[in-house]
Design a protein around this ligand. Structure first.
Ligand code: NAP
Ligand code: MN
Length: 253
């Protein structure tokens, strides 16, 4: 289906004297992403959080990021040509990974999820801005941006956050709560400039999966993870009638 939508879009853009290029460069004015939210997440990774405005045509399933329905392509071209749109800047979540072998970094638009590799729970020392908070025991942690609050975060019982609030939401995944282990059971909200530090409690916890927007990398010998709101953001095109809570209502209720 996406192929025929792509062809239709190309024809309509050409007729309206907008030039379509197959390759992305720094002077590209607009990126059009055809697919679902997952397609947009992969585009953002592949293009390294481009500053160029992005508009999504939803052919996928949910399409929370995707602004245009295929049958509304004419309206999109009309409004775009008249500059009748606004830009929604969405910051990502960055994760610096320190291991005894070196460092790595991932940036996600929705969330960074930290989990163990096995079926055993992980034990992680959690600090916020170098203040020790707790020893977390459970399946893992999901650290979501406001944009990601409606994705995995929401399925974990986290809160939906209006993206005009710039904060980070740390949601526990199956936290253990008994006389042996004490972990927070609800989400923690932290301000945009603060960082969460995660330190494995024992050697068994030093091998972790770091999942960024659903893409997974495994790291061994982790000494510390430092997770914060990224300065990098994407710029999504929204049209005049865009209202965050209307979108939530139409996709969730
Ligand atoms: P997927 O398996 O197709 O994604 C799961 C669903 O999440 C899809 O319906 C997707 O929408 C939707 N989604 C993605 N980002 C969203 C957002 N910001 N707000 C609301 N819904 C959103 O895989 P995918 O499409 O590659 O998406 C990866 C994302 O899946 C991860 O970033 C994570 O948030 C989410 N995830 C959710 C669960 C869960 O809910 N239990 C578990 C693992 C991962 P589309 O149908 O339009 O693609
Ligand atoms: Mn998907």
């Amino acid at each position: 289906m996406s192929n025929s939508i792509e062809n239709m879009l190309r024809n309509k853009l050409a007729k309206s004297s907008l030039h379509v290029f197959d390759n992305f460069s720094d002077d590209t004015d607009l990126i059009i992403c055809i697919g679902g939210d997952g397609t947009l997440l992969r585009l953002v990774q592949e293009f390294g959080f481009p500053k160029t405005p992005i508009v999504g045509v939803n052919t996928g399933h949910l399409g929370f990021f995707q602004e245009i329905l295929p049958e509304k392509i004419d309206d999109f071209i009309f409004l775009y040509n008249q500059d009748r749109y606004s830009i929604q800047g969405l910051n990502g979540v960055s994760c610096y990974i320190k291991t005894s072998d070196g460092t790595a970094r991932h940036i996600a638009l929705n969330e960074i999820t930290v989990k163990g590799l096995s079926t055993h729970p992980v034990h992680l020392n959690i600090s916020i801005n170098n203040s020790f908070i707790e020893r977390f025991s459970g399946d893992g942690l999901c650290v979501a941006s406001p944009a990601g609050s409606t994705a995995y975060n929401y399925a974990l019982g986290g809160s939906i956050v209006d993206p005009r609030l710039n904060l980070l939401q740390v949601t526990p995944i199956a936290p253990m709560q008994n006389v042996a282990y004490r972990s927070f059971t609800s989400s923690i909200l932290i301000p945009s400039n603060d960082r969460l530090s995660v330190i494995p409690c024992s050697d068994d916890d030093k091998t972790l999966s770091i999942i960024y927007d659903g893409m997974m990398s495994e790291y061994e010998n982790i000494t510390e993870l430092s997770i914060g709101l990224s300065r990098k953001k994407i710029n999504l095109i929204r049209f005049d009638d865009y209202q965050f809570w209307e979108k939530v209502k139409s996709k969730f209720l």
